[in-house]
Every structure is written in structure tokens, then in C-alpha cells.
Design a binder for this molecule. Structure first.
Ligand SMILES: Nc1ncnc2c1ncn2[C@@H]1O[C@H](COP(=O)(O)OS(=O)(=O)O)[C@@H](OP(=O)(O)O)[C@H]1O
Length: 346
């Protein structure tokens, strides 16, 4: 089970989970649309095909939700491996402002990002439309109260809850090291965790030191959470072995380079207008262009399919999986009964 927090490289992780599940014929716990009724708290009945009396065997759950462990547990098997990813609240806020400007009331009211950073309380009102993107969004996604006043006791209780549930907490800033830790935990192969960056923006602002401090302080609960799991992340790397990690990360980068040369048209991500195939066009949202990848045309069909899968964005891949799992619509009980016996577990 992957808790996909917002603006933390989750779409790239979804790609590797989609690919792995697709390749191994695993059964996904899918939302009816693209998210599990976010920003409302997750509820088991939001999973397509879930029925409390005859529960299909689900292998992977990974789409956006506001986490609710009691309900997730009803859907996923007891030996499920839980993981998630965090990002520094400062850069995350910059990404969120750009992406969610039109939907979050606080972001919308601010004339620009600099004004928001300087006086967030001037624009932010608790409970106003989509303001969970504007303050402590990680804390919110974990299902906690993102408007709660900061106290160490409260923040530590949240951390304990995350620590007790999630076996692995990754960091967007250290994506490659994160992939190696994930691969080790799941006993996967290197190719399973090779990805191309998805859902990235054409341009982003560089933050000044003072802005970073202000954003971390505005998002105190998230900063406290991030700082804690940053420490545990490096403890895990230490335990894995720094030298071994360097070797593994080097292999991962080499493999990514190799696959980029094999699969991609051009040397970097491109705007949606340069991608002709609808199946791999990135969804556009927010103030900046969201980039994707063009795939070489001159590849043997099998290789091309594999390359296309690597750059298939979340929405299109979810539709593919949905069509595979429910070829005749939701009432096709034979498909549910025939779900895989394998699970992404420990
Ligand atoms: N591999 C890797 N390493 C580091 N950072 C990465 C990676 N993949 C995606 N990204 C960055 O993550 C941001 C998008 O996050 P999400 O996909 O979680 O966003 S969303 O909530 O699903 O819309 C988005 O950040 P911004 O570009 O700052 O907006 C992506 O650039």
C-alpha cells in the first residue's frame, strides 16, 4: 500500500507500481474515478468492486486518498507492506502554489507566491475551499488535523502513528536512494524501480533562504514530520551501508540512462504539445506546463510497449488497469473471483 501524498514525486512512484502490477497480473484496489473521494477521509466502499461480504484479494493500493488506517485495513491483506513519500515543505509549497493556485482559496487570494510567503495568515482561513493544500498538506494526507496548533506532544503522537503503520518512508529529494531502499524491502529487481521523472514542471522558482525558513515555519507540523523521517531515512541508509548504497544508486542511474537512450525521443522531458500519442500525454493542471516524454517510433513493438509503459502517466495507466480488471463493467464477478493470489507484502 502506497500513500500517495501530494507534490512529492508520487506520480513517478505510481508508474513503477502500475508497471509492476500490470506485468505480474496483480489486482489493484482502484478508485471509481482517479482518487478515493479525496479530500474526504478514505472509506473502504470507495474501492471499485469492494464488498464487505465478499472481498476480492487486493494486491496494490496506491491512488490519492486521505489516509484512514481502519478503513484501509478492511480492504488490504494483514501482511500488506505500507510505504509513503515526503518532501521538504518549503519546495513542496512552491510546487503546490503553482499547481493548486486556482483551487485553494488561500493561494487564489494571494496576489503572488512572494506575498503568500510573507503573510500567509492574511490569505489563509481554516476550512475555506481546498486550503488543505496551503498548510501542512502532508499532515492532512495522513488523516490528521492540519490546522491543529503545534505542540511537541501532538506532533510526536502523529509521528508515532505514522511510524507504527508505515514500514518505509521515502524522501523525494533522495529519490534514487529511496528506490534502492524500496527495491530491497520488496525484493524487487533493479528494472522494477527505474523510472523517468513524471509530472514535473517546465519551470520552478528558486527559493531564498528566508523564504524556506518562513515556509517551514508556516507548515510546522509537516516540517517536524519531515525532519523526523529524514533522520530515520538516513539511519536506514546507514544500516544498508553507505558504500553499497552508492554502488546501487550508480547502477540505477546507469540503467536509467541506458533505457532513456533506448526508449526516448530526445534527451529530456517535453511539453504535451510535442507528444502526439494521447496515451502518454501528461495531464495539464496549474500555472506551469506539466512535462512528459516522447517515445522513439523506430522500436520493435515489444520494446516500444515497454518504453511506452515507462512514461504512461497516472491517469491513462489507471484507465488501462481498470479496463483489464473490469472488462465487462463492475458486475463481472468472475473477474473479481479470479483475482491474483500474489501480494506485494512482506
Ligand atoms: N524522480 C523524481 N525525483 C524528484 N522529484 C520528482 C521526481 N518525479 C517527480 N518529481 C517531482 O514531484 C512533483 C510532482 O509530484 P506528484 O507527482 O506527487 O504530484 S501530484 O500530487 O500527483 O500532482 C513535481 O515537482 P515540481 O516540479 O516541483 O512541481 C516533480 O518534478
Amino acid at each position: 500500500m502506497f500513500l500517495k501524498t501530494h507534490k512529492t514525486a508520487g506520480s513517478t512512484i505510481l508508474n513503477l507500481l502500475h508497471r509492476y502490477g500490470d506485468h505480474n497480473h496483480l489486482f489493484f484496489a482502484l478508485p471509481y474515478k482517479y482518487q478515493f473521494n479525496y479530500p474526504n477521509s478514505f472509506h473502504a466502499h470507495r474501492v471499485k468492486g469492494y464488498n464487505a461480504s465478499s472481498r476480492p484479494h487486493y494486491d496494490i493500493m496506491c491512488h490519492h486518498m486521505r489516509f484512514n488506517y481502519a478503513e484501509v485495513r478492511k480492504v488490504m491483506p494483514p501482511d500488506t507492506f505500507y510505504f509513503t513519500i515526503l518532501r521538504d515543505p518549503a519546495t513542496m509549497a512552491e510546487s503546490s502554489f503553482s499547481y493548486f493556485r486556482a483551487v485553494s482559496s488561500a493561494f487564489k487570494k494571494a496576489p503572488n507566491f512572494k506575498a503568500f510567503i510573507s503573510h500567509p495568515t492574511r490569505y489563509y482561513r481554516q476550512g475555506e475551499r481546498s486550503n488543505h493544500y496551503a498548510r501542512n498538506p502532508l499532515w492532512f494526507d495522513f488523516g490528521f488535523n492540519s490546522d491543529a496548533p503545534f505542540t511537541e506532544m501532538y506532533a510526536n503522537a502523529g509521528i508515532r502513528a505514522v511510524k507504527d503503520t508505515f514500514h518505509l518512508v521515502l524522501l523525494a529529494e533522495h529519490f534514487d536512494e529511496s528506490m534502492i531502499l524500496l527495491k530491497e524491502e520488496l525484493c524487487w529487481n533493479l528494472d522494477d524501480v527505474v523510472t523517468f521523472k513524471l509530472n514535473s514542471r517546465g519551470t520552478s522558482r528558486t527559493l531564498e533562504r528566508g523564504d524556506i525558513e518562513r515556509l517551514r515555519s508556516w507548515n510546522t507540523l509537516d516540517w517536524y514530520l519531515y525532519s523526523y523521517f529524514n533522520r530515520t531515512f538516513w539511519d536506514k541508509v546507514e544500516h544498508f551501508g553507505r558504500e553499497k548504497m552508492d554502488i546501487e544508486v550508480r547502477k540505477l542511474k546507469e540503467r536509467r540512462q541506458h533505457l532513456a537512450k533506448l526508449c526516448l525521443d530526445g534527451s529530456g522531458p517535453v511539453g504535451a504539445e510535442q507528444i502526439k500519442e494521447e496515451a502518454i500525454k501528461p495531464f495539464q493542471f496549474g500555472q506551469e506546463k506539466i512535462l512528459g516524454w516522447a517515445v522513439r517510433k523506430d522500436l520493435p513493438p515489444e520494446v516500444r510497449t515497454r518504453c511506452v509503459r515507462m512514461v504512461t502517466p497516472e491517469l491513462q495507466y489507471k484507465d488501462l488497469l481498470d479496463a483489464r480488471q473490469f472488462p465487462l463493467g463492475l458486475n463481472n464477478s468472475s473477474v473479481l473471483a479470479a483475482t491474483s493470489r500474489r501480494s506485494v507484502g512482506r
